[in-house]
Design a protein around this ligand. Structure first.
Ligand code: SF4
Ligand code: SF4
Length: 168
C-alpha cells in the first residue's frame, strides 16, 4: 500500500498555484477532455495524478517505472480550461516534472532534446542538405540562432547542471 508523504504534499500546496490542488472534487472533467488520456485509453490520467498529488502518494508518481504518469502530459492546457474548480493542473504538473528532473528521472527523449537546444540554440540543428533544398525551392534562408545568447539564458536557469552529464 502506498504511503502518504506529507512533506511532498505540502511542497505542492505551499504556493498560490499549487494550493489550487485542494479545490479538486474529482469530477474527472479534465480526464474526459485530455487528448492524451483519450489516445492512451486512460493510461495517462490527469484526474488520478491530481488525486495522488493531493494525497501525497509520491511513490505512485515518481520512479522510472512511472515516467509516463507525469511525462505523458503535452502541456496543451485543455484541462486547465475545462476544470470547473480552476485547478491549475498544467502548472502543478510542471512542479512534478521539475521534481522528476531533480531526481534524475526525466525521460531521455526530453533531456536529449534539451541538450540539443543548449548546444545548438535550437531543437533541430541547421543542416546543409535542408538549406540547399530550401534554396532550390526559393524559400527564404533560415537565420542562425545566436547560440551564445541562448546558452546564456539557459545557463541562468541552471539547465546545464540539471541535464545528465555526457560520457567522455
Ligand atoms: S476537472 Fe478539476 S475538479 Fe474535476 S477532477 Fe479535474 S482537476 Fe479535479
Ligand atoms: S495539459 Fe496535459 S493533462 Fe492537461 S489536457 Fe493537456 S495533455 Fe492532458
Amino acid at each position: 500500500m502506498a504511503t502518504i508523504d506529507f512533506e511532498f504534499r505540502d511542497q505542492i500546496l505551499k504556493n498560490d498555484i499549487g494550493n489550487t490542488l485542494a479545490y479538486c472534487y474529482q469530477c474527472a472533467t479534465c480526464s474526459g477532455a485530455c487528448p492524451v488520456a483519450q489516445v492512451t485509453e486512460g493510461r495517462y490520467n490527469p484526474r488520478r495524478l491530481i488525486l495522488d498529488s493531493l494525497l501525497g502518494l509520491k511513490e505512485k508518481i515518481f520512479g522510472a517505472e512511472n515516467s509516463f504518469t507525469i511525462w505523458g502530459c503535452t502541456i496543451c492546457d485543455t484541462c486547465d480550461e475545462v476544470c470547473p474548480q480552476k485547478v491549475e493542473l498544467t502548472e502543478i504538473f510542471t512542479i512534478l516534472k521539475n521534481e522528476s528532473v531533480r531526481r534524475g528521472e526525466a525521460p531521455e527523449y526530453y533531456t536529449t532534446q534539451a541538450s540539443t537546444i543548449l548546444e545548438n540554440g535550437k531543437a533541430i540543428p541547421m543542416q546543409s542538405a535542408v538549406e540547399r533544398r530550401r534554396e532550390q525551392l526559393n524559400l527564404p534562408e533560415i537565420l542562425a540562432p545566436d547560440v551564445e545568447e541562448v546558452q546564456k539564458l539557459l545557463k541562468a536557469t541552471k539547465l546545464d547542471e540539471k541535464l545528465p552529464k555526457k560520457e567522455e
